[in-house]
Design a protein around this ligand. Structure first.
Ligand code: 0WD
Length: 262
Protein backbone atom coordinates (compact mmCIF):
# COMPACT_ATOMS: atom_id res chain seq x y z
CA UNK A 1 0.00 0.00 0.00
CA UNK A 2 1.18 3.52 -0.84
CA UNK A 3 2.94 4.84 2.32
CA UNK A 4 1.14 8.19 1.98
CA UNK A 5 -2.29 6.49 1.90
CA UNK A 6 -4.06 7.43 5.17
CA UNK A 7 -5.36 3.84 5.44
CA UNK A 8 -1.79 2.51 5.56
CA UNK A 9 -1.28 0.57 8.82
CA UNK A 10 2.44 -0.11 8.33
CA UNK A 11 4.16 -0.01 11.72
CA UNK A 12 0.79 -0.07 13.52
CA UNK A 13 -0.64 -2.75 15.78
CA UNK A 14 -4.24 -3.99 15.72
CA UNK A 15 -5.84 -6.10 18.46
CA UNK A 16 -8.79 -8.09 17.14
CA UNK A 17 -11.20 -9.97 19.43
CA UNK A 18 -13.93 -12.29 18.17
CA UNK A 19 -12.36 -14.59 15.59
CA UNK A 20 -13.88 -18.07 15.88
CA UNK A 21 -13.21 -19.34 12.35
CA UNK A 22 -12.72 -18.23 8.71
CA UNK A 23 -16.31 -17.03 8.48
CA UNK A 24 -16.05 -14.66 11.45
CA UNK A 25 -16.48 -10.99 10.57
CA UNK A 26 -13.45 -10.34 12.81
CA UNK A 27 -11.31 -12.58 10.60
CA UNK A 28 -12.12 -10.53 7.49
CA UNK A 29 -11.27 -7.38 9.42
CA UNK A 30 -8.00 -8.91 10.69
CA UNK A 31 -6.95 -9.95 7.17
CA UNK A 32 -7.82 -6.52 5.79
CA UNK A 33 -5.84 -4.74 8.51
CA UNK A 34 -2.88 -7.07 7.90
CA UNK A 35 -3.18 -6.38 4.17
CA UNK A 36 -2.90 -2.67 4.97
CA UNK A 37 0.36 -3.40 6.81
CA UNK A 38 -0.77 -3.81 10.44
CA UNK A 39 0.78 -6.22 12.91
CA UNK A 40 -2.29 -8.13 14.11
CA UNK A 41 -2.97 -9.86 17.42
CA UNK A 42 -5.99 -12.17 17.54
CA UNK A 43 -7.53 -13.52 20.73
CA UNK A 44 -9.36 -16.76 21.37
CA UNK A 45 -11.93 -17.69 23.96
CA UNK A 46 -10.81 -20.94 25.56
CA UNK A 47 -9.18 -24.14 24.34
CA UNK A 48 -12.19 -24.99 22.15
CA UNK A 49 -11.10 -22.63 19.39
CA UNK A 50 -7.43 -22.13 20.31
CA UNK A 51 -5.93 -24.30 17.54
CA UNK A 52 -8.13 -22.72 14.86
CA UNK A 53 -7.33 -19.16 15.89
CA UNK A 54 -3.61 -19.93 16.23
CA UNK A 55 -3.65 -21.39 12.72
CA UNK A 56 -5.36 -18.27 11.35
CA UNK A 57 -2.97 -15.95 13.22
CA UNK A 58 0.05 -17.80 11.86
CA UNK A 59 -1.17 -17.14 8.31
CA UNK A 60 -0.74 -13.39 8.91
CA UNK A 61 2.71 -11.74 8.77
CA UNK A 62 3.93 -11.51 12.40
CA UNK A 63 0.45 -12.62 13.52
CA UNK A 64 -0.08 -13.83 17.08
CA UNK A 65 -2.95 -15.39 19.03
CA UNK A 66 -3.43 -14.87 22.78
CA UNK A 67 -6.14 -16.14 25.14
CA UNK A 68 -8.92 -13.79 26.24
CA UNK A 69 -12.27 -14.74 27.65
CA UNK A 70 -14.00 -11.42 28.25
CA UNK A 71 -15.82 -12.86 31.28
CA UNK A 72 -12.44 -13.33 33.00
CA UNK A 73 -10.84 -10.13 34.40
CA UNK A 74 -7.55 -11.89 35.07
CA UNK A 75 -7.27 -13.08 31.47
CA UNK A 76 -8.00 -9.57 30.23
CA UNK A 77 -5.31 -8.12 32.54
CA UNK A 78 -2.83 -10.77 31.37
CA UNK A 79 -3.58 -10.04 27.71
CA UNK A 80 -2.72 -6.36 28.07
CA UNK A 81 0.33 -7.13 30.22
CA UNK A 82 1.61 -9.49 27.53
CA UNK A 83 1.08 -6.81 24.86
CA UNK A 84 2.80 -4.16 26.99
CA UNK A 85 5.91 -6.36 27.14
CA UNK A 86 6.02 -7.13 23.41
CA UNK A 87 8.04 -4.52 21.46
CA UNK A 88 5.89 -5.02 18.31
CA UNK A 89 2.63 -4.77 20.25
CA UNK A 90 3.17 -2.39 23.14
CA UNK A 91 0.93 0.24 21.60
CA UNK A 92 -2.55 -0.47 20.24
CA UNK A 93 -3.49 1.67 17.25
CA UNK A 94 -6.70 -0.22 16.46
CA UNK A 95 -8.95 -2.36 18.67
CA UNK A 96 -11.71 -4.46 17.14
CA UNK A 97 -14.44 -5.80 19.44
CA UNK A 98 -16.41 -8.40 17.50
CA UNK A 99 -17.71 -10.37 20.46
CA UNK A 100 -21.29 -11.27 21.33
CA UNK A 101 -23.12 -14.10 23.03
CA UNK A 102 -26.63 -15.04 24.12
CA UNK A 103 -28.05 -18.37 25.25
CA UNK A 104 -29.61 -20.22 22.34
CA UNK A 105 -32.98 -20.44 24.10
CA UNK A 106 -33.08 -16.62 24.33
CA UNK A 107 -32.78 -16.28 20.53
CA UNK A 108 -36.19 -17.74 19.78
CA UNK A 109 -39.74 -17.43 21.00
CA UNK A 110 -41.26 -14.68 23.12
CA UNK A 111 -39.07 -11.80 24.33
CA UNK A 112 -41.21 -11.49 27.45
CA UNK A 113 -39.80 -14.86 28.58
CA UNK A 114 -36.20 -13.54 28.71
CA UNK A 115 -34.60 -14.89 31.88
CA UNK A 116 -32.59 -12.80 34.34
CA UNK A 117 -29.61 -15.08 33.75
CA UNK A 118 -29.90 -14.82 29.96
CA UNK A 119 -30.29 -11.05 30.11
CA UNK A 120 -27.24 -10.56 32.34
CA UNK A 121 -25.06 -13.00 30.38
CA UNK A 122 -25.84 -11.37 27.02
CA UNK A 123 -25.05 -7.93 28.43
CA UNK A 124 -21.90 -9.02 30.24
CA UNK A 125 -20.31 -10.66 27.18
CA UNK A 126 -21.69 -8.44 24.43
CA UNK A 127 -21.67 -4.99 26.09
CA UNK A 128 -19.68 -4.76 29.32
CA UNK A 129 -16.71 -6.38 27.57
CA UNK A 130 -16.36 -3.31 25.33
CA UNK A 131 -16.06 -1.01 28.34
CA UNK A 132 -13.69 -3.39 30.16
CA UNK A 133 -11.45 -3.66 27.09
CA UNK A 134 -11.50 0.06 26.29
CA UNK A 135 -10.39 0.86 29.85
CA UNK A 136 -7.42 -1.50 29.60
CA UNK A 137 -6.53 -0.55 26.03
CA UNK A 138 -6.59 3.18 26.75
CA UNK A 139 -3.29 2.94 28.63
CA UNK A 140 -1.58 1.52 25.52
CA UNK A 141 -3.27 3.75 22.97
CA UNK A 142 -1.45 6.66 21.34
CA UNK A 143 -3.23 9.78 20.08
CA UNK A 144 -5.19 8.85 16.97
CA UNK A 145 -5.98 5.29 18.08
CA UNK A 146 -9.40 3.93 17.22
CA UNK A 147 -11.85 1.33 18.54
CA UNK A 148 -14.56 -0.46 16.58
CA UNK A 149 -17.43 -2.70 17.62
CA UNK A 150 -20.10 -4.63 15.70
CA UNK A 151 -23.80 -4.02 16.12
CA UNK A 152 -27.02 -4.98 14.37
CA UNK A 153 -30.35 -3.37 13.41
CA UNK A 154 -32.00 -5.30 16.25
CA UNK A 155 -30.70 -2.46 18.47
CA UNK A 156 -33.16 -0.06 16.81
CA UNK A 157 -36.05 -2.26 15.64
CA UNK A 158 -37.81 -5.31 17.04
CA UNK A 159 -36.46 -8.15 14.89
CA UNK A 160 -38.09 -11.58 15.31
CA UNK A 161 -36.02 -13.94 17.50
CA UNK A 162 -33.18 -11.42 18.06
CA UNK A 163 -34.78 -10.68 21.43
CA UNK A 164 -32.33 -10.02 24.29
CA UNK A 165 -29.46 -9.56 21.85
CA UNK A 166 -31.29 -6.54 20.38
CA UNK A 167 -31.49 -4.98 23.84
CA UNK A 168 -27.79 -5.74 24.37
CA UNK A 169 -26.91 -4.14 21.01
CA UNK A 170 -28.90 -1.01 22.01
CA UNK A 171 -26.79 -0.84 25.18
CA UNK A 172 -23.67 -1.45 23.09
CA UNK A 173 -24.49 1.48 20.79
CA UNK A 174 -25.18 3.72 23.80
CA UNK A 175 -21.86 2.58 25.29
CA UNK A 176 -20.12 3.63 22.05
CA UNK A 177 -21.50 7.15 22.52
CA UNK A 178 -20.49 7.35 26.20
CA UNK A 179 -17.04 5.93 25.46
CA UNK A 180 -16.61 8.37 22.57
CA UNK A 181 -17.35 11.27 24.91
CA UNK A 182 -14.99 9.88 27.53
CA UNK A 183 -12.09 8.89 25.27
CA UNK A 184 -12.32 11.82 22.82
CA UNK A 185 -10.21 14.20 24.94
CA UNK A 186 -7.49 11.51 24.85
CA UNK A 187 -7.75 11.58 21.03
CA UNK A 188 -9.15 8.05 20.89
CA UNK A 189 -12.13 7.46 18.58
CA UNK A 190 -14.74 4.71 18.88
CA UNK A 191 -17.44 3.72 16.41
CA UNK A 192 -19.75 0.84 15.55
CA UNK A 193 -20.69 -0.84 12.32
CA UNK A 194 -24.28 -2.05 12.17
CA UNK A 195 -23.86 -4.95 9.76
CA UNK A 196 -26.54 -6.66 7.74
CA UNK A 197 -27.01 -10.40 8.37
CA UNK A 198 -24.00 -12.56 7.38
CA UNK A 199 -23.81 -16.33 7.64
CA UNK A 200 -21.43 -16.98 10.57
CA UNK A 201 -21.32 -19.30 13.57
CA UNK A 202 -23.01 -16.73 15.84
CA UNK A 203 -25.69 -15.93 13.28
CA UNK A 204 -26.65 -19.57 12.88
CA UNK A 205 -27.67 -19.55 16.55
CA UNK A 206 -30.58 -17.23 15.69
CA UNK A 207 -33.77 -19.06 14.82
CA UNK A 208 -34.97 -18.28 11.29
CA UNK A 209 -31.63 -16.78 10.23
CA UNK A 210 -31.83 -18.16 6.67
CA UNK A 211 -35.20 -16.44 6.22
CA UNK A 212 -33.63 -13.22 7.52
CA UNK A 213 -30.95 -13.40 4.82
CA UNK A 214 -33.58 -13.96 2.16
CA UNK A 215 -35.82 -11.15 3.43
CA UNK A 216 -32.94 -8.65 3.27
CA UNK A 217 -32.02 -9.86 -0.24
CA UNK A 218 -35.55 -9.15 -1.39
CA UNK A 219 -36.19 -5.84 0.42
CA UNK A 220 -32.84 -4.03 0.68
CA UNK A 221 -32.25 -1.25 -1.88
CA UNK A 222 -29.21 -3.13 -3.24
CA UNK A 223 -31.24 -6.40 -3.51
CA UNK A 224 -28.54 -8.53 -1.92
CA UNK A 225 -26.83 -9.34 1.36
CA UNK A 226 -23.56 -7.77 2.44
CA UNK A 227 -20.29 -9.68 2.64
CA UNK A 228 -17.71 -9.95 5.41
CA UNK A 229 -15.31 -8.10 3.11
CA UNK A 230 -17.65 -5.12 2.77
CA UNK A 231 -17.84 -4.87 6.55
CA UNK A 232 -14.04 -5.23 6.77
CA UNK A 233 -13.47 -2.46 4.21
CA UNK A 234 -15.67 -0.10 6.23
CA UNK A 235 -13.82 -1.21 9.38
CA UNK A 236 -10.51 -0.26 7.77
CA UNK A 237 -11.94 3.17 6.93
CA UNK A 238 -13.34 3.78 10.44
CA UNK A 239 -10.12 2.62 12.12
CA UNK A 240 -7.90 4.75 9.87
CA UNK A 241 -7.21 8.51 9.84
CA UNK A 242 -9.57 8.71 6.84
CA UNK A 243 -12.32 8.72 9.49
CA UNK A 244 -10.37 11.07 11.79
CA UNK A 245 -13.41 13.30 12.31
CA UNK A 246 -15.85 10.48 13.14
CA UNK A 247 -16.48 9.20 16.66
CA UNK A 248 -19.50 7.86 18.58
CA UNK A 249 -21.10 6.90 15.26
CA UNK A 250 -23.05 3.81 14.21
CA UNK A 251 -22.56 3.22 10.50
CA UNK A 252 -24.91 0.82 8.70
CA UNK A 253 -23.26 -1.61 6.28
CA UNK A 254 -26.41 -3.46 5.29
CA UNK A 255 -27.10 -2.91 1.57
CA UNK A 256 -29.37 -0.07 2.71
CA UNK A 257 -31.92 -2.32 4.43
CA UNK A 258 -32.36 -0.01 7.45
CA UNK A 259 -33.63 2.95 5.39
CA UNK A 260 -36.48 1.01 3.85
CA UNK A 261 -40.06 1.73 4.88
CA UNK A 262 -42.73 -0.13 2.99
O1 0WD B 1 -25.16 -11.56 10.80
C1 0WD B 1 -24.16 -11.46 11.49
N1 0WD B 1 -23.26 -12.42 11.55
C2 0WD B 1 -23.96 -10.20 12.27
C3 0WD B 1 -23.08 -10.16 13.32
C4 0WD B 1 -24.76 -9.01 11.91
C5 0WD B 1 -24.49 -7.86 12.71
C6 0WD B 1 -23.62 -7.88 13.75
N2 0WD B 1 -22.92 -9.03 14.06
C7 0WD B 1 -22.02 -8.99 15.20
C8 0WD B 1 -22.22 -10.06 16.24
O2 0WD B 1 -23.31 -9.76 17.08
C9 0WD B 1 -20.88 -9.98 16.96
O3 0WD B 1 -20.88 -8.86 17.84
O4 0WD B 1 -20.70 -9.19 14.76
C10 0WD B 1 -19.91 -9.70 15.81
C11 0WD B 1 -19.16 -10.92 15.30
O5 0WD B 1 -20.05 -11.94 15.02
P1 0WD B 1 -19.84 -13.08 13.89
O6 0WD B 1 -18.59 -12.84 13.16
O7 0WD B 1 -21.12 -13.15 13.18
O8 0WD B 1 -19.78 -14.41 14.78
P2 0WD B 1 -18.65 -15.43 15.26
O9 0WD B 1 -17.77 -15.79 14.13
O10 0WD B 1 -19.39 -16.54 15.94
O11 0WD B 1 -17.84 -14.59 16.33
C12 0WD B 1 -18.34 -14.16 17.56
C13 0WD B 1 -17.37 -14.60 18.61
C14 0WD B 1 -17.54 -15.95 19.28
O12 0WD B 1 -17.70 -16.96 18.53
P3 0WD B 1 -18.52 -18.29 19.08
O13 0WD B 1 -19.31 -18.59 17.86
O14 0WD B 1 -17.44 -19.22 19.42
O15 0WD B 1 -19.41 -17.92 20.26
O16 0WD B 1 -17.42 -13.88 19.82
C15 0WD B 1 -16.50 -14.53 20.68
C16 0WD B 1 -16.30 -15.92 20.17
O17 0WD B 1 -15.07 -16.06 19.55
N3 0WD B 1 -16.93 -14.67 22.03
C17 0WD B 1 -16.11 -14.40 23.05
N4 0WD B 1 -14.85 -13.93 23.07
C18 0WD B 1 -14.27 -13.77 24.26
N5 0WD B 1 -14.89 -14.05 25.42
C19 0WD B 1 -16.83 -14.71 24.21
C20 0WD B 1 -16.16 -14.52 25.44
N6 0WD B 1 -16.75 -14.78 26.61
N7 0WD B 1 -18.05 -15.17 23.86
C21 0WD B 1 -18.11 -15.15 22.53
Amino acid sequence: MNPSNPANFQGKHALVLGVANERSIAWSIAKTLAGAGATVTLTYQGERIRAKVEELASSLPNGKALPCDVQDDQQMDELFEELRNDPDRKTIDALVHSVAFALKEELEGRFVLTSRKGFLLAHEISVYSLIALARRAETLMPHGASILTLSYLGAERAIPNYNVMGVAKAALEASVRYLAADLGPHRIRINAISAGPINTLAARGIRGFTEMLQYVREKAPLKRNVTQQEVADTALFLLSPLAGGITGEVLHVDAGFNIQGM
